[in-house]
Design a protein around this ligand. Sequence first.
Ligand code: FES
Ligand SMILES: [Fe+2]
Length: 455
Amino acid sequence: MAKSAAIDKTILAGVKEKIQRGLLPQWAFTDDEIYQAEVEQIFAKTWNFLGHESEIEQPGDYVTRWIVNDPVLLLRDENCQIQAYLNSCTHRGTKLCTADFGQKKAFTCPYHGWTFNLAGDLIGIVAGNRVYGEEMDRSRWSLRKIPKVSSYCGMIFGSLNEHAEPLEDFLGDMKWYFDIMLGRSDAGMEVRGVPQKWIINTNWKISADNFGGDPYHTAMSHRSTVELGISPKDPMYASYGHQVVLDNGHGINMCTAAKAGADVPPYQGLPSEMWPMFKRNLSAEQLDVFEKTMIMVGNCFPNLSFVSPMHGTGGPDEPLTSFVNFRVWRPVGPMKIEVTSWFMVDKEAPESFKQASYLSYIGSFGPAGTLEQDDAEIWTRVAETTRGTMAQDKDVHYNNALNYLMGLDRVEPDLTWPGPGTAYPTCYLDAISRAFYEHWVDSLLKEADVPTGVL
Ligand code: FES
Ligand SMILES: [Fe+2]
């Protein structure tokens, strides 16, 4: 694999030093060289979320996804095993499967008609023997596999790096929190409907930083929810709970909203008949945390964010209902992301709850949801301010650093927190953002460690 585009390590070392002091140079969001280095040194090396096992339950079920610029065909093969291939024909390279999802026994290329089975074998060539001869070694032209594929709690990840650490090591302490969100029910979660996709003119770090470490924005950006009576009036309401800094750049906010007078039902209002199941699948500590939590929101480095809040379903007297939403911020340039958003709900939840949960998602964080619109508009403006001469000035003496100082040296960890990670007793804090950017800059500073591939 080629080494990254030239990027001045001295400048990066200066960025790291600033991040540790709670400062982030504005140009770093959308700088072109930084972007190229991110593609090569972060996304090509780490684990990337591809989809959920419930999306491809039967042999032949498939979905198509992207790892930044690499198209991926993710499917369930004849043996019910999950396979991920580069979605590019081995003949002339065109995209093999053009649909977002479906069910097939084999994939026929739309260019010259080569056909591949679910195992990736080349099983059909138009006029095969007459044009290539009987001696052609077809196994040489199988679909190319994504080097590593692995799952946790039904979440399928892929890596373009055959030397990537095991997925469970990469997730680290995030697993404890994934268990609460995704592993609490016997049969796990299901993705309902097809994940929705939309484009935002922003940089992937801006959205990941927002979900990962910025509950502070809710009182202002999402003020309409306060005016509608959905959120409490107390401007501190989104601060109540714990912000938990995890290893590998991950982070989660476990918000309670309780001090704001919000009536928080146990287990995010999930039906009481499901509670014995939660007790079976979670540890006493996980159960204790889950019982008190109203909103879980965070980011799994680099660009898999999630939110599991409680929100209205449209009716004035309906109770707030929770949902689980995961989204990937796929970079498609330094100034553009493609969002893919999955709605998830416990497979064993009653159908009436599933429907209410879906309405709650659609009205808040679906593509036309009120909170989603608030965020997308702001993130676009953050990105557009970064391209000017002043914001792009890399002179270390120039004051172009943004403020990530909240809580730095002021808030001490809560040592009584029962879960893993470094937990602080407030969610109005930039601790996760600082850890996210420190992990990000460390990844860029690291020398490429993937050996040059052979053809
Ligand atoms: S490019 Fe696929 S068959 Fe030619
Ligand atoms: Fe938001």
